[in-house]
Design a binder for this molecule. Structure first.
Ligand SMILES: Nc1ncnc2c1ncn2[C@@H]1O[C@H](COP(=O)(O)OP(=O)(O)O)[C@@H](O)[C@H]1O
Ligand SMILES: [Mg+2]
Length: 249
């Protein structure tokens, strides 16, 4: 069986800056994979490259064995792969109701039965139908992130790319949204690639992870190894020390 997502010797260069250098990761179907590393280490760039949003210089990206060519991503790609960002304000148009925001991806993909699907999507993320005709600014941060998750899930993707999906939320709300993500992953047998600077979040949510520094992978770990502080690189130990509440180093 081929990997859900395979990144092979990927390099990304912005102008003259090498943001990713020869990065390889393989993520199995149904796996939850974490990316950690200091700010600027290239975590977002890796997700953006998969989504066709970063200037790939060399290397290959494959989804279920099929290589993506160039930076253009097909509609079929977005039915399989969806992204959730840290700041849902950026991805939720402020002048559109939640209903419109959820309808748009259905229209793009020619998916019928929108009434039922929107109701089900809101229900799945713990927001009732009462939220349907509200605007993003009428929602709390956690509720907005639930809408962003509903919007990603409504086209029934198999892979979610999650870039610091709960970093902007208060701790208690963060835990609720993480639990929701874990629930939908189990229910839908999704593959996750999750970026977080919080190693506690990654040990909680992910089975394996890659540690990034200066655009390269410096260490690969299982969540158990991370939780037991069975790490090799001093850089990783320092990340553990710097991660709030993660004191096992
Ligand atoms: N559009 C861009 N143009 C130029 N440099 C960029 C751009 N996006 C990111 N970078 C640089 O690439 C590096 C990696 O960024 P990023 O992937 O966002 O890191 P992370 O998500 O790990 O914090 C950083 O040094 C950042 O400044
Ligand atoms: Mg980032």
């Amino acid at each position: 069986m081929s990997a859900a997502l395979s990144v092979d010797a990927l390099s990304v260069v912005y102008d003259h800056f090498h943001a990713l250098k020869n990065v390889s990761v393989d993520i199995e179907p149904g796996e939850s994979f974490g990316l950690v590393g200091e700010s600027g280490s290239g975590k977002s760039t890796l997700l953006r490259a998969v989504a066709g949003l970063a200037p790939v210089r060399s290397g290959a990206i494959r989804i279920h064995g099929e290589q993506l060519v160039g930076a253009q991503r097909s509609k079929a790609f977005y039915r399989q792969v969806q992204m959730v960002f840290q700041d849902p304000y950026g991805s939720l148009h402020p002048r559109q109701t939640i209903d419109r925001l959820l309808l748009e991806p259905l229209a793009i993909h020619g998916i019928s039965d929108s009434e039922t699907r929107i109701a089900r999507a809101l229900d799945e993320v713990g927001l009732g139908n009462g939220f349907r005709f509200r605007y993003p600014h009428q929602l709390s941060g956690g509720q907005r992130q639930r809408v962003a998750i509903a919007r990603a899930l409504i086209v029934e993707p198999s892979i979610l790319l999650l870039d610091e999906p709960t970093s902007a939320l208060d701790a208690s709300v963060q835990a609720e949204v993480l639990n929701l993500l874990e629930q939908v992953r189990r229910d839908r047998k999704l593959t996750f690639v999750m970026v977080s600077h919080d190693l506690g979040v990654i040990t909680h949510m992910c089975e394996r992870l890659a540690v990034m520094r200066n655009g390269a992978v410096v260490e690969r770990l299982t969540a158990t190894e991370l939780a037991q502080a069975a790490v090799h690189e001093d850089y990783t130990k320092n990340l553990m020390l710097a991660s709030k509440g993660f004191v096992k180093a």
